[in-house]
Ligand binder design. Structure first.
Ligand code: PGA
Length: 249
C-alpha cells in the first residue's frame, strides 16, 4: 500500500519570523500523523528549516534547482547546495516555472534526473491549462510532460520520483478539479507508469495539486490513485495544513 504524502509549496512567501511560527505550529499539531509530510520553501530559508525540522517527522526541500552541477549560472541554486541543507525533496517543473521562466519538458526532465542522481526525490509537476482542457488536450499535454521525464530517468526510477498532477486552471484560483476529474487523470497516469514499469508503478506516489483545502482534501485523497497533495495557499496556515494532513489518513 502506498502511504500518503502531503507537501506544502510555500512559493515566494515567508519571512524568518513567519516561518518559525508556521513550522512550530505544524510540529505542535502533528500528533502521530500517518501521512508523510514535507515543506518546500524558498532557498534562503532552507537553513532555517534544517534547524527547526531536523529530527522531526517533517521533511523539507526546495521549489526548483539548476540542472547544472556548479559554475557560472548567476542566480541559480544547484543540487549540491540542496544536499548541504539535507533537503529530501525538490519540486521540478511547477507550472509557474514553465509559464514564467519558459521551462521546457526537456529541461524539467533534466532537473528530475539530476535530483535522482544526487539522492533527492524530485516532485515532478505536470498539468494542462484551461485552454488545453477545453480543447480536449489534457492527456496529450500531461503525456508529453511525463514522457520526457520517464525517458530521462529510465524505467527503474519510476517509483523514485513523485508525480504531482496540477491542472494549471486550478492553481491558486479556488477552482478545484472534482475528485472524479482528478481521479480520471491520475488513473491514466498510473496506467502510463505501469506501461513503463508495472511493478514500480504500484509504488509511485501521484499527488494532486490545485486549490486543495481542508474542505475538499479528504474527498480528493480518498480516490484510489491520488496519493496526497501538493498544497500552495493552504500550506501557509498551520491549521489548514494540519487539517489537510489529517484528511490524508
Ligand atoms: P494552490 O497551489 O494550492 O495555492 O492552488 C498549488 C501549487 O501550485 O502547488
Amino acid at each position: 500500500m502506498r502511504s500518503k504524502l502531503v507537501v506544502g509549496n510555500w512559493k515566494m512567501n515567508g519571512s524568518r519570523a513567519a516561518n518559525a511560527s508556521l513550522l512550530t505550529g505544524i510540529l505542535e499539531g502533528l500528533d502521530n500523523a500517518r501521512a508523510k509530510v514535507a515543506v518546500c520553501v524558498p532557498a534562503p530559508y532552507l537553513y532555517q528549516c534544517q534547524e527547526l525540522l531536523q529530527g522531526s517527522p517533517v521533511a523539507w526541500g526546495a521549489q526548483d534547482v539548476s540542472c547544472h552541477p556548479v559554475g557560472a549560472y548567476t542566480g541559480e541554486v544547484c543540487m549540491s547546495m540542496l544536499q548541504d541543507f539535507d533537503c529530501r525533496y525538490v519540486i521540478v517543473g511547477h507550472s509557474e516555472r514553465r509559464a514564467y521562466h519558459g521551462e521546457s519538458n526537456e529541461l524539467v526532465a533534466k532537473k528530475a534526473k539530476a535530483a535522482l542522481d544526487a539522492g533527492l526525490t524530485p516532485i515532478v509537476c505536470i498539468g494542462e491549462t484551461l485552454e488545453q482542457r477545453e480543447a480536449g488536450q489534457t492527456m496529450e499535454v500531461v503525456d508529453a510532460q511525463l514522457d520526457a521525464v520517464l525517458e530521462a530517468v529510465g524505467r527503474e526510477a519510476v517509483d523514485k520520483i513523485v508525480l504531482a498532477y496540477e491542472p494549471v486552471w486550478a492553481i491558486g484560483t479556488g477552482k478545484t478539479a472534482t475528485p472524479a476529474m482528478a481521479q480520471e487523470v491520475h488513473a491514466a497516469l498510473r496506467e502510463k507508469l505501469r506501461a513503463c514499469n508495472a511493478d514500480a508503478a504500484q509504488n509511485t506516489l501521484v499527488l494532486y495539486g490545485g486549490s486543495m483545502k481542508p474542505d475538499n482534501a479528504a474527498d480528493l485523497m480518498a480516490q484510489p490513485d491520488i496519493d496526497g497533495g501538493l498544497i500552495g495557499g493552504a500550506a501557509l496556515k498551520a491549521a489548514d495544513f494540519l487539517a489537510i494532513i489529517r484528511a490524508a489518513q
